[in-house]
Design a protein. Structure first.
Length: 101
């Protein structure tokens, strides 16, 4: 199954790739060489072989459901902070605007 220059032009248009006539000729040869490399795969007898959609088959999600864990109380989280503002840590500016934190 060889690709024609029109086939490659259509693929390039679909991919929004502009090809000069020289590039179209080179790309047609390149794609036909690539298809030729894959020809031996067509020699396998695949009658009755089910397609594989995922490399690990029917493996189900093995992760456990998320559990609601109690979080750290805000007072405890901010207890050792040097400076706070409401429910947030207050830190010095790193953007160099000269303003105090």
């Amino acid at each position: 199954m060889a690709l024609s220059a029109d086939d490659v032009r259509g693929i390039a248009d679909y991919a929004r790739i502009a090809l000069s006539p020289e590039e179209l000729e080179a790309m047609t040869a390149y794609l036909n060489d690539t298809i030729a490399i894959l020809d031996p795969i067509l020699q396998y007898d695949l009658e009755g072989v089910e397609p594989t959609y995922h490399p690990i088959g029917d493996l189900a999600n093995v992760m456990r459901d998320d559990a609601e864990a109690p979080g750290l109380a805000i007072d405890a989280a901010l207890g050792n902070a040097g400076s706070t503002r409401g429910r947030s840590f207050r830190v010095p500016s790193i953007l160099g605007d000269g303003g105090a934190a």
